[in-house]
Design a protein around this ligand. Structure first.
Ligand code: GLU
Ligand code: ZN
Length: 528
């Protein structure tokens, strides 16, 4: 057995276009990309589209967008500059897989199987009834050359094709070179004679990925642990063809935040109401952080976020996403959570990938996102917030936005929070809930009076931070109120919200005219 340490490192991401990109898949892409970059090798993108019944139209565009958004550039791929695109779609390479399948048959390492669907179904039922493991029984494995020739002729006359199965050696054992688990060995008799080529002439995963990885000179196929059970089959096929073996990298499962079960949108069979219930419980258990929960609540988007586009829409930054995904099954170092892409490239090592599954930690992701938001220069952040503000119907004056951004920059966790944090500066403030207006231990009448006094004072105040502060403190004293008893009703009146930046800055940046209008409006809401 040979291994690939001396070859130029080449990795690939090979999704099937059966839906939009899931964080689990994109984590494989990230690890493959990091390993290629770490070794100054190549990273490829390939489309495994042989299961045409599961093809989804929107999958490819979403794939390209997700890769671009995350900055996972590939050196070769279906839309690359000098790539013949057909080489990167398996459906375009049918003849190549047929050629390899035939070669395996000629070498006696694979055989035609003529079994009908009906026979296979019957076989399965019989095995189940006897509580035996289900699987192909080798019925066509040892047909004589004459019988094979006859059946091939009959099939051809009927316009049908037999499938090709791998002839797993009945004895001996197979060793899998695996960077995560170390080399491991299994008895061959535990593996069944799997189909390599389907009756439509297209390969199954087992043959398709293997021929492509060989032709594309992939040194480290990275894929989920669900491929561990069939990895010995893949090794045997390599051996039968005399091809050099790659080093497999089987990535651990990503679990739901509770640590139970594979990460999926929502628990099987939950309807909208039950999805909401589940999210409320996860939030109460602190498994869903506040800003993310507020986003989901605002949008009635119930269920766990699992798709790349969902994270993008919620306002996660690609750099936070990459940093977080790298922690899922790998570690940038003891007590170290934050690593820029450059650091990750430098530190990444497939030999430090964990075997044990990790639960998806939305708290850590949100924390990292806040951290990366804080690193952004205000101008860059402003550009990123524009689409969210515009989608909320706010007409944004860029200078104004840059003026007020420092007031919220520190505590922003998601880009999608922007309208909520900034609308009262940039446009109209939402109508306050009258119940939120009164300050501590105040009734409506006192609140009205306080707001009226603030109105009168601010109408005549100097419009500087110091001037506003002096005016508001004097007004509180004159009204016999504690500062907070005046400030809170004013805050709610002029922002429509219970939480906002410091009151003097808020008053100052909203501007005199609109502050006065909103104070008046709030007084009206408290009509005696
Ligand atoms: N098409 C397979 C999948 O999407 C690829 C697995 C692999 O990377 O080999 O799961
Ligand atoms: Zn058969």
């Amino acid at each position: 057995m040979s291994n690939s340490t001396s070859r130029r490192v080449r990795t690939r991401y090979a999704p099937s276009p059966t839906g939009r990109q899931h964080v689990g898949g994109i984590r494989s892409a990230l690890f493959a990309w990091l390993w290629a970059r770490h070794n100054e090798g190549d990273f490829l993108l390939r489309i495994e589209d042989t299961d045409q019944t599961r093809f989804r139209e929107d999958a490819l565009q979403d794939l390209f967008e997700s890769m671009a958004w995350l900055g996972l550039a590939y050196d070769e791929g279906p839309d690359g500059p000098d790539a013949p695109p057909n080489d990167f779609f398996q459906t375009q390479r049918g003849p190549r897989y047929q050629e390899v399948a035939e070669e395996l048959v000629e070498r006696g390492a694979a055989y035609y199987c003529f079994c009908s669907e009906a026979r296979l179904a019957e076989l399965r039922e019989r095995q189940q009834a006897r509580k035996q493991p289900t699987g192909y029984d080798g019925h066509c494995r040892d047909l004589s050359a004459e019988t094979v020739a006859e059946r091939l002729a009959t099939f051809e006359a009927e316009g049908k094709r037999p499938v090709v199965r791998f002839k797993v050696p009945r004895d001996g054992s197979t060793t899998v070179p695996d960077a995560v688990r170390g080399e491991w060995t299994i008895e061959n008799k535990q593996i069944e004679d799997m189909i390599l080529l389907k009756s439509d002439g297209l390969p199954t995963y087992h043959l398709g990925h293997l021929v492509d990885d060989h032709d594309m000179r992939i040194t480290h196929p990275m894929r989920g642990v669900e491929y561990v059970p069939t990895a010995p089959l893949h090794v045997m096929i390599h051996e039968a063809l005399g091809w050099e073996l790659p080093t497999y990298v089987h990535l651990p499962l990503v679990l739901n935040p509770t640590g139970e079960g594979k990460m999926s949108k929502r628990k099987q069979g939950l309807d909208e109401a039950a999805g909401e219930q589940m999210m409320r419980e996860l939030h109460a258990e602190r498994l869903i952080p506040d800003a993310l929960f507020a986003y989901q609540e605002r949008n009635a988007n119930w269920g766990l976020l699992t798709m790349v586009h969902e994270f993008r829409e919620a306002g996660f930054l690609p750099e936070a996403m990459l940093n977080y995904l790298a922690l899922l099954g790998w570690s940038v170092g003891a007590d170290k959570d934050i690593a820029t892409v450059e650091e990750m490239i430098q530190l990444f090592d497939i030999h430090n990938i964990k075997k044990s599954p990790s639960a998806f930690d939305y708290n850590k992701l949100e924390y990292l996102n806040g951290w990366y938001i804080r690193q952004l220069p205000p101008k860059v952040l402003a550009t990123k917030l524009l689409p969210y503000l515009e989608a909320a119907g706010l007409e944004v004056d860029h200078d104004k936005l840059l003026d007020v951004l420092p007031l919220v920059h520190e505590r922003m966790k998601l880009l999608s929070e922007a309208p909520e944090l900034l609308d009262f500066f940039l446009g109209e403030a939402p109508l306050p809930d009258p119940a939120d207006l009164p300050g501590k231990k105040m009734d409506n009448a006192q609140t009205r009076q306080a707001l009226q006094a603030a109105h009168q004072a601010l109408a005549n105040s100097a419009w500087t931070l110091e001037g506003i502060e002096a005016t508001m403190r004097e007004t509180a004293t004159a009204q016999g109120l504690k500062a907070g008893q005046l400030f809170q009703p004013v805050r709610v009146a002029i922002t429509g919200r219970k939480f906002a930046p410091g009151i003097f800055e808020t008053v100052y940046h909203i501007g005199r005219e609109r502050v006065l209008e909103r104070l008046e409006r709030a007084v009206g809401l408290l009509a005696a």
